[in-house]
Design a binder for this molecule. Structure first.
Ligand SMILES: Nc1ncnc2c1ncn2[C@@H]1O[C@H](COP(=O)(O)OP(=O)(O)OP(=O)(O)O)[C@@H](O)[C@H]1O
Ligand SMILES: [Mg+2]
Length: 231
């Protein structure tokens, strides 16, 4: 089943001499449960693409359908709620709330939605992330890898259909990078969550289903080992 469809996406920044065509007629689809990596040189348009898919940035033209719904035809409030319920973000810089504990950071998207977290689901996520004994710690009391795992927990807690990750391992050493990668692979295989992850790390693209390359705003599907998932 197709979960994400990007049609003729263009994004232009600035005007006149400072005009930048960050995305040029980008088209692709991603299936439910698929793990796609986005690679490309610095400044090629990767973050712009991810931010448009997540409705954090507005495309200049083109359409994005998430689970059949046209993201940019929604009113702002509707879009915010849709995003919160269906899309999880993981950023390179973690973006945790420094005054909240590990557990509070993880359940934050649920509280924002005026819902109560399910205790069993919170326990499971803390366990999977290896953070059970750090649940009452503040982000400043954690290592970089642990902070990134909290950010992933926050992206997973609502069981979003789509997880968008912008260089989630960019600030981590190779061991922590692999741990984070293993968690994301698990999310896609066991929970059928779809992942689009930007990475500069070629070692990590070996574990994904598909590689999309962005070069000067143009996207090329490099294919991958779809349907050959190792278990
Ligand atoms: N807000 C903005 N205003 C003007 N130009 C921008 C803006 N954001 C991005 N750009 C330009 O758009 C292009 C694509 O930027 P983008 O951040 O998507 O690159 P990237 O592939 O994510 O790079 P990196 O690997 O360095 O993160 C770049 O040329 C950048 O300078
Ligand atoms: Mg970027």
């Amino acid at each position: 089943m197709e979960i994400l469809k990007v049609e003729h996406l263009c994004k232009t920044y600035g005007k006149g001499e400072s005009l930048v065509e960050a995305l040029k007629d980008v088209c692709f689809t991603v299936e439910q449960g698929e793990f796609a990596a986005v690679v490309g040189e610095s400044g090629s348009g990767k973050s712009t693409l991810l931010n448009c898919i997540g409705a954090l940035d507005m495309p200049t033209s083109g359409n994005i359908f998430m689970d059949g719904k046209d993201l940019f035809s929604m009113k702002e409030e509707q879009q915010t709620i849709f995003r919160r319920r269906n899309i999880g973000f993981v950023f390179q810089s973690f973006q945790l709330i420094s005054e909240l504990t590990v557990e509070q950071n993880i359940i934050f998207p649920i509280l924002l939605d005026y819902q109560r977290p399910e205790p069993a689901a919170v326990e499971e996520i803390l366990e999977v992330l290896g953070l059970t004994d750090r649940r009452h710690h503040l982000p400043s009391q954690l290592s970089g890898g642990q902070q990134q795992r909290v950010a992933i927990g926050r992206a997973l807690i609502t069981r979003p259909k789509l997880i968008l990750a912008d260089e989630p391992t960019g600030n981590l050493d190779s061991k922590n990078s692999q741990d984070v990668m293993d968690l994301l692979v698990k999310a896609s295989r066991y929970y059928q969550q779809t992942i689009v992850m930007i990475t500069h790390n070629n070692n990590l693209t070996a574990s994904v289903d598909r590689v999309l390359r962005v070069s000067d705003g143009v996207l090329t599907d490099l294919g991958g080992k779809k349907n050959e998932k190792l278990s």
